[in-house]
Design a protein around this ligand. Structure first.
Ligand SMILES: Nc1ncnc2c1ncn2[C@@H]1O[C@H](COP(=O)(O)OP(=O)(O)OP(=O)(O)O)[C@@H](O)[C@H]1O
Ligand SMILES: [Mg+2]
Length: 178
């Protein structure tokens, strides 16, 4: 068994006449931080979109911990442990900083959405745990705000909130698009 977390082979994506990603081979070992650099339009965001299932590859394979991700939907890939942030911040409008991060947990099914509707006693406890975890994740990325609407915060802080939301899924791989 290799120590590769992610193995990309021959990954290709075309949009009409534009080949956004052209036969990319790449290995991301376990426990590493890797940067991907390239000029505007080089295909960095497209690569992130391919690995996270936002785009379906035309060719090639994306092996995550040995399993093929190409062709899976974003929520399936997210549940496997790959998460991301966006080049342009995408936070939920009308939600507080804390709620953004809790939403990340619900997205990954760390919390069950049915019980959250009926408010069983177990749900109240779960909700409390979610809030405590969200608070800890925000502290980890250096965000001091909690109840404020995320959209009212400076851009840099919003980016940090987005990272906390990504970490809320307990990911094995985090892709930060800029
Ligand atoms: N959904 C799409 N439809 C059509 N063309 C697309 C789409 N997504 C990306 N492209 C094209 O693919 C190429 C690569 O774009 P991409 O956004 O991946 O580059 P990038 O490296 O992220 O650039 P930047 O540094 O500006 O963020 C560009 O020519 C872009 O116009
Ligand atoms: Mg980009």
């Amino acid at each position: 068994m290799s120590d590769a977390l992610l193995t990309i082979e021959g990954l290709t994506k075309r949009f009409g006449g534009v080949t956004a990603v052209n036969g990319v081979d790449m290995v991301v070992p376990q426990g590493t931080v890797m940067g991907l650099m390239g000029p505007n339009g080089a295909g960095k965001t497209s690569l992130v979109n391919l690995v996270t299932g936002f785009y379906t590859p035309d060719e090639g394979s994306v092996l995550f911990e040995g399993d093929e991700m190409a062709g899976l939907a974003p929520h399936q890939i997210s549940r496997r442990g790959i998460t991301r942030t966006y080049q342009n911040v995408r936070l939920l409008s009308g939600f507080s900083v804390l709620e953004q991060v809790v939403a990340g947990m619900y997205a990954s099914r760390k919390a069950s959405s049915l019980s959250s509707l009926v408010m069983w006693p177990g749900e109240r406890r779960e909700r409390h745990e979610c809030l405590e975890r969200a608070d800890a994740l925000l502290a980890r990325v250096g965000v001091t705000e909690r109840r404020e609407l995320a959209e009212t915060l400076p851009y840099g802080t919003q980016r940090r909130v987005e990272i906390a939301r990504a970490l809320a899924t307990d990911p094995r791989l985090v892709l930060l698009d800029e």
